[in-house]
Design a protein around this ligand. Structure first.
Ligand SMILES: Nc1nc2c(c(=O)[nH]1)N[C@H]1C(S)=C(S)[C@@H](COP(=O)(O)OP(=O)(O)OC[C@H]3O[C@@H](n4cnc5c(=O)[nH]c(N)nc54)[C@H](O)[C@@H]3O)O[C@H]1N2
Ligand SMILES: Nc1nc2c(c(=O)[nH]1)N[C@H]1C(S)=C(S)[C@@H](COP(=O)(O)OP(=O)(O)OC[C@H]3O[C@@H](n4cnc5c(=O)[nH]c(N)nc54)[C@H](O)[C@@H]3O)O[C@H]1N2
Ligand SMILES: [Mo]
Length: 775
């Protein structure tokens, strides 16, 4: 061992014998990152003007992450990633009929994900022609009529309507209405692979399916805990909020197997003074490199300390009044905490007792604490238990339902939370069916529909026959994606609505269409004039968004117009259902949303441009608990690991990662600047584990899934690279390693794939190759 470094050492220690980013997050590095994408994409003139309108009232809302948009935006209220996403959308490159005439679909499959999207914006509606294996130009009218005709021949229950989390509230509402009028609840969305654990577990424990915090809480908290969320890469604008909290003296503790740079140090790229003269802000006071799946154990350790301190202080640390009147399950929880021995906690979390006790002491001192989390908690077999324990820790000191405190999941896609709010769900019990009956005069289907993993299972067993995909790239993002590849071709109908070409478009079914749509920054002009859309961010604030850019092609339609076009061609006319009028004036759709969800969207059209958005309400924030018991619920965990199986012997736990140069399956570039890495075909492992397993740096290996269910799951050609990770785990990029994740390997309650804790084995493959140096 080149230096004494133990996982669990605090934030002052950076392992220096493996790559890492030496600068602070933000700063010049992020400006250079934007510069590189500008050079690469050569956006249209005026793209900069468009960026200046991003995330501001009266402007368009960024299509990147879901972090909230403040009331008083900064002149540059966008981050490296937001700029990349917008520039990527506003590229000069076009992927039109000529491009498709030149390349067969089989040839296009040879291109990488990056090359496919780099072909540019899709410009024309295209139909797949099996005889020539090419996409050929069609008209919108033909496309709608043909798709409608096919849908009429299919049993609605065998079709699935997927939404990726970018579609607006208006588009999502119409898409869900179309599905129900047609006759199914098969409405999976990207949330099913992401924060569905949040929707299910927060509902179970505190009675709401979303976080309880608003932006103001971050001005009042004394402590923020981060578990499994990578702010620097995935929601960089949030770093400004964190920096302000730090400047006020708020304590921050992070639990993450990887020392993510954004949670270590930050320089505001929007603050020229700080960029040149002042030192970077240290973000985390304590950075604990928990083992993947070890958060339940870590939280039990922290809770044990809080209970101990409460007993020492004569009962003044725990909020016993709050617990008495607002919660249930406290006695069982206490008993379980006390029974659990420290050696098991240390072993499962990979952390030292004294560090967890330090966190416990900090938590006892903080009057108001916010718990932040992301995929590191939700994408596990017992992701729900992670959240149950997190909530329990917060309940101990009454940290839910008061200013400056709460639980705050950081959502991914810009409107993924809002889609759920307006009816994108497979669960009929979450739908205001009476309202739908009243408004549209039909009997909504009451059979539970398919979520995303059920869609994958339906693809594999042939029971799904038709798919409409409103964005997304399921062929890459799903678990078991390689097993699913031969099945796409068996679909009778595959309709993809997209902005850019991706791999999901290259596995056509018997009848397939590729329909191009506007991006959010573009002007959406309908019969009554330019239209706004809206979205709900991670803190439940609803914002209007108005695009002004000239569309990439005159042929483009909005998602709303496309949904309405297909729906009208599929369904018999009905006086209450006015596809054309709704498409002509989106304010009418907002009226329908208000009529369907009057509590959340009162005066929707009037409040559309409220600076900072309007809050759609949250009962747990008011300490009204809409749970089965009517109380907030403590959890007494029956295991200390969120992994389905412990990883004994030669098994390692695989964490799948996103880089700061990708947005999900959109790969902008191949560097992961904030981790000091370059190249995506790498397998990260710590140097001691590398030696133990007889591996060498640069060696090419095959990774195989250790779950035995009769299917072989391997990914070849990964290069071993030493990295600062806990023992017993490896890390590699999503979506490259998605073939290793079995579709049934998922959170027990929500069925979110367990992408952050897959049991794997490493097999040696060939000789060493030269490593490219990190930037
Ligand atoms: N640049 C960029 N931004 C994005 C995206 C993107 O791909 N690129 N995707 C968007 C989307 S859809 C989403 S959902 C969000 C995702 O944003 P995040 O929620 O931040 O998701 P990930 O980056 O997948 O993983 C988060 C962190 O979890 C850590 N982790 C892994 N396993 C564990 C564990 O067992 N315990 C703990 N405590 N930590 C663990 C990882 O090291 C990583 O730092 O980002 C959104 N924003
Ligand atoms: N192994 C592993 N797998 C994962 C994850 C992980 O952490 N690890 N994360 C999961 C998560 S959190 C998520 S959210 C999913 C994401 O999975 P998907 O929903 O499949 O998502 P994206 O990659 O975001 O979709 C990208 C495509 O969307 C299209 N697009 C972009 N903008 C628009 C638009 O405005 N309208 C339309 N119609 N199309 C548009 C473009 O054609 C682009 O190619 O992946 C999941 N898969
Ligand atoms: Mo996500």
């Amino acid at each position: 061992m080149s230096q004494e470094k133990h996982p669990g050492d605090d934030s002052t220690r950076q392992r220096e014998d493996t790559p890492y980013y030496t600068n602070a997050t933000g700063g010049w590095g992020s400006l250079k990152g934007v510069g590189r994408i500008l050079a690469d994409q050569r956006p249209t003139m005026g793209a900069f003007r468009t960026l200046m309108r991003q995330n501001k009232p009266g402007g368009h809302m960024c299509t990147s992450c879901a972090w909230t948009k403040p009331k008083h935006p900064h002149p540059f209220e966008f981050c490296e990633n937001g700029a990349k996403a917008t520039v990527w959308d506003l590229t000069r490159s076009r992927c039109g009929p000529d491009f498709f005439a030149e390349h067969s679909v089989t040839e296009l499959r040879e291109l990488s994900d990056h090359e496919l999207e780099k072909a540019g914006r899709l410009t024309h509606p295209m139909r797949y022609d099996a005889a020539t294996d090419r996409y050929v130009e069609t008209t919108w009218d033909e496309a709608f009529q043909d798709i409608g005709a096919r849908l009429r021949t299919l049993d609605p229950k065998t079709t699935v309507f997927y939404t990726s989390g970018r579609a607006s509230l208006e588009a999502s509402y119409l898409f869900a209405l179309f599905a129900r009028l047609y006759g199914h609840n098969n409405l999976p969305d990207s949330s099913n692979m992401c924060h569905e654990t949040t929707s299910v577990a927060l509902k179970k424990f505190i009675g709401v399916s979303v976080g309880t915090c608003v932006l103001d809480d971050f001005d009042h908290c004394d402590m923020i805990i981060f578990m499994g969320q990578n702010t620097g890469s995935n929601s960089p604008r949030f770093l400004h909020t964190l920096k302000s909290a730090r400047d006020r003296g708020c304590k921050i503790v992070t639990f993450n197997p990887i020392r993510e740079r954004g949670l270590v140090k930050f320089v505001s790229p929007q603050n020229p003074v700080q960029m040149t003269v002042t030192p970077a802000t240290t973000i985390s006071d304590l950075y604990l490199q928990v083992k993947p799946g070890g958060d339940v154990a870590a939280l039990v350790g922290v809770c044990k300390r809080v209970i101990e301190q409460d007993e020492r202080s004569g009962g003044t640390v725990i909020d016993h009044d709050f617990i008495g009147s607002h919660t249930t399950g406290f006695q069982d929880f206490m008993a379980r905490m006390k029974q659990t021995p420290w050696d098991r906690i240390e072993q499962t979390s990979g952390l030292r007792r004294e560090d967890l006790e330090t966190v416990g002491d900090m938590y006892c001192k903080a009057e108001k604490t916010i718990g932040i989390y992301g995929m590191g908690l939700t994408q596990h077999v017992k992701g729900w238990l992670n959240l149950g324990m997190y909530i329990s820790l917060l309940l101990l000191r009454g940290n839910i339902g008061r200013q400056g405190a709460g639980i705050s999941p950081v959502r991914g896609h810009s409107n993924v939370q809002g889609q759920r709010t307006v009816g994108i769900t497979e669960k009929p019990k979450l739908v205001p069916n009476n309202k739908l009956r009243e408004l549209f005069g039909f009997e909504p289907p009451m059979e539970e529909g398919r979520n995303t993993t059920a869609l994958v299972e339906g693809l594999l067993d042939g029971s799904v026959k038709g798919l409409i995909s409103l964005g997304g790239n399921l062929a890459r993002s799903i678990p078991d994606r390689e097993r699913a590849e031969p099945c796409w071709g068996k679909l009778d109908l595959n309709v993809q609505v997209a902005t850019k070409l991706n791999r999901s478009h290259l596995f056509p079914g018997r009848h397939s269409w590729l329909l191009p749509c506007l991006v959010r920054a573009e002007e959406d002009r309908q019969t009554t004039g330019p239209q706004a859309v809206s979205m709900e961010d991670s803190l439940s604030m609803v914002h209007g968004s108005l695009g002004k850019r000239k569309p990439a092609s005159p042929q483009l339609k909005s998602e709303i117009a496309i949904i309405a076009g297909i729906a009208k061609a599929t369904l018999p006319p009905k006086p209450q259902v006015k596809w054309d009028e709704w498409t002509g004036d989106y304010a009418l759709i907002r009226d329908l949303i208000e009529a369907t969800y009057p509590d959340k969207f009162k005066d929707f059209n009037d409040r559309l441009y409220t600076p900072g958005g309007f809050h759609r309400g949250n009962k747990a924030r008011e300490r009204i608990w809409q749970t089965d018991s009517g109380k907030a619920e403590f959890t007494a965990p029956d295991t200390l690991s969120a992994l389905g199986n412990e990883a004994p012997g030669d098994q390692m736990t695989l964490v799948t990662l996103r880089s700061n140069d990708q947005f999900n399956t959109t790969v902008y570039g191949f560097a992961d600047r904030l981790r000091g890495l370059n190249g995506r075909d790498i397998l990260l492992i710590n140097p001691e584990e590398m030696a133990r397993l007889d591996l060498t740096e640069g060696q090419v290996v095959t990774l195989e899934c250790a779950i035995e269910d009769g299917h072989e799951r391997v990914v070849r050609g990964l290069r071993i690279l030493g990295y600062d990770l806990p023992d017993g785990c490896v890390a590699a990029y999503y979506p490259e390693v998605n073939p290793l994740v079995p579709v049934h390997y998922r959170d027990e309650l929500s069925h979110t794939p367990a992408y952050k804790g897959v049991p794997v084995r490493i097999r040696a493959e060939g000789g060493a190759v030269e490593m490219r140096a990190a930037e």
